[in-house]
Design a protein around this ligand. Structure first.
Ligand code: ZN
Length: 395
């Protein structure tokens, strides 16, 4: 859901400079598209360390070419996470540009879903989420150096290898870098085709709920069994009632498994449950509810594992202030930049969760993230780059 604000007329003093910047990125558009294509054509599924290491090494070189100091954080099970530091001409605290180079697409997706340009769109696995966002970082930094002769303030880029699978190897580094930064700009895709930035994200968690019952022959001894499947079904109907969509809380047992054969009363059943919360407070309440579930059939045993992985990104005063800055960067090119609250989580949840002003959805505009029609809208790229470069200066 995105919120519309009234358009104020573009600031006459800022408009000529902003238009020049827009023209700069329009003249660099073919080169930007080429860079995005290069990144999409290096496949990088989260669960393939060799593939992710390949793209992180490639990116380290790209950022080094424009004066960055790359540092690879070795990760055992995932690709190496890539930090790049850019010194700036002021003593201001750095701004952190946050992103990920892993995708949800397995190796071998490219032949069936090639990177291709069609009707003003660039298609391909991970193009929107979020390889175009990484290319925007490169071009915004390069442009600032061209315009000022140097970067006006220090910039830290952090590109992680495991965002799509929970950020287990990178989260601590992300949080440590955010703590040293004045603000965090997350280059995840914008919300919707109007290109809103994201000022709130729900928190996300996952639980595994297992029931152990007692098996017996469904024909010979039906009375002796205690069905784990029946118990699980009853428990699910309890959990379902916790859904409170008005307050942004949702519980979805999205996967269930159980039993062995139709003629056996099931001894085991499991549910995997996705939960979403809007406020940090909801996390502990929901967790308590899961952990205090009691079996209907006392011969059944319940076990609950998991929890909230990403706390919500709440629209704090710091987030709202960043959004206002973004609006004032967009305004001189006659762009009424909207904001949106979304249900999905990102690494922006971590940085906002520790109180660092964070603006998410700064990346490309498009549709179909994680789906076969994933694409970006090419004509939106120049103004996204204007926004990013302006925010690096202003944040
Ligand atoms: Zn993403």
């Amino acid at each position: 859901m995105s919120t519309k604000k009234k358009t104020s007329p573009p600031d006459a003093r800022l408009a000529p400079l902003a238009r020049k910047r827009l023209q700069h990125f329009e003249s660099r558009l073919q080169s930007l598209i080429q860079t995005i294509r290069e990144l999409v054509e290096i496949e990088s599924p989260s669960d393939n360390k060799a593939a992710c290491d390949r793209i992180s090494a490639f990116l380290a070189e790209k950022f080094a070419l424009i004066g960055g100091r790359p540092h690879l954080h070795h990760a055992e099970e995932f690709g190496d996470n890539l930090q790049i530091d850019f010194p700036g001409s002021s003593n201001a605290r750095p701004v952190l540009l946050l992103g990920h180079f892993d995708t949800v697409y397995p190796l071998g997706t490219l032949p069936v879903m090639p990177c291709r340009e069609e009707n003003g769109r660039l298609h391909g696995p991970g193009v929107l989420d979020m390889k175009a966002g990484i290319a925007l970082m490169l071009f915004a930094i390069e442009a600032l150096q061209t315009w000022h002769g140097h970067l006006p303030r220090p910039v830290t880029v952090f590109l992680v290898s495991d965002e799509e699978v929970g950020s287990y190897s990178s989260r601590k580094i992300t949080e440590a870098l955010a703590r040293q930064s004045a603000a965090v700009l997350v280059l995840e895709p914008a919300a919707g085709l109007r290109g809103a930035v994201k000022t709130a994200r729900k928190g996300v968690g996952e639980y595994t709920f297992s029931v152990k019952g007692v098996s017996s022959h469904a024909g010979l001894d039906p009375g002796k069994g205690h069905s784990a499947i029946l118990e699980l079904a009853r428990q699910i109907s309890v959990m379902w009632k916790w859904n409170d969509l008005k307050s942004g809380l949702s519980v979805n047992p999205g996967v269930i498994r159980g039993g062995t054969r139709t003629n056996v009363i099931a001894a085991e059943a499991v549910a995997e449950i996705d939960v979403r919360i809007k406020t940090a407070k909801q996390a502990s309440g929901l967790d308590r509810k899961f952990r205090s579930l009691k079996p209907f059939d006392k011969h059944c045993k319940l076990q609950i594992e998991g929890g909230i992985n990403r706390l919500p990104m709440e629209r704090t005063a710091g987030v709202a202030a960043l959004y206002e800055k973004a609006r004032s960067v967009a305004n001189p090119i006659n762009w009424n930049l909207e904001e949106a609250a979304v249900g999905g989580g990102s690494d922006g949840n971590f940085t906002a969760g520790i109180g660092i002003p964070t603006l998410d959805g700064m990346g490309a505009v498009g549709d179909g993230a994680h789906a076969v029609h994933e694409h970006i809208i090419i004509s939106e790229l120049p103004r996204r780059a204007v926004l990013l470069s302006g925010m690096i200066e202003a944040s």
